[in-house]
Write a protein that binds this ligand. Sequence first.
Ligand code: 13P
Length: 344
Amino acid sequence: MTSDLKMTARALVAVGKGILSADETVQIVTKRLETASILATPDTRRAYRELFLTAPGISEFISGVILHDETWHQNSSTGPAFVDVLLRLGVLPGIKVDDGTRALAGSHGEAITEGLDGLSDRLAEYRELGARFAKWRAVFVVSGTLPSAACTHANAHALARFAAMCQEQRLVPIVEPEVLMEGAHSIDRCEEVTGNVLHAVFEALHDQRVCLEAMLVKPNMVTAGSEFATRATIEDVASATVRCLRRHVPAAVPGVAFLSGNQDHLAVTSHLNAINRLTTPKPWTLTFSYGRALQSEALAEWRGRLGNIRAAQAAFIHRARCCSAAALGRYTAAVEREREPAAV
Ligand code: 13P
């Protein structure tokens, strides 16, 4: 049974490929559309998702897409369900299954991710409908004293319970512990917190008997906080990130697929490239599972207009190609400039 899952986990981090995170909640995607002056309705959200899922050439750079439940149950404008559109393209469909964050009782300003009740049954249903993997995100606020041990351990435990249930239901878990970039902390503090969180997560995964070869981890890169006085250099982000992962992510895990967090598309592309160019031994494949960074340029091109879809798709494919090059350590200024004109 786990041999299937191991193959799926490896396919998700196949050479030069990464994952598109298109699983923002209805509230978040509504906010994103509204910032681009697009009225958010089930239909405009569907059209927005369709733009990415049907972009010509998507399967060259994207191994899998994480969907939100709303999109999971929607059909493309040409008829078939989005899940079937992806399966036909050879892109693996995944599903976000956590129920979002709530305030953590007994803590000030920290969050716990909920959604474990009934999860096993929901996973079985998604598997039956074609899902191959699932995602759960936990968030950790950074300050001089946070995250608390209570927050770290409660979220690590939930991530591990999610991962164990996924494997039991024949889905590859993507375990996403996100140390938030918001704050005035230094890159050293981010490295310390990210290390503590990953340590707790892998201890919990071990306790829940999760097969490490049949899962992926989706962490933040190690960066200075967004309000820290100076931005860390690309080389510092790359070396701190790889040092932290080498200390805390077992070699049995086939892949690390980074989230983009609050970093812009150019920063995350350059950082992923520098990470892959480091000569330090790296036992896992290091790739991307970006949401905002893969979508922002396309959203700006689209502006909700039918006539802009091709240009928006070209912007998305361009960013996916750049991220793919970065996953191979081959991203250059020339690759960034090589944007093909939108097909008509
Ligand atoms: P970002 O790349 O926008 O951080 O999104 C990744 C993700 O899946 C968040 O849950």
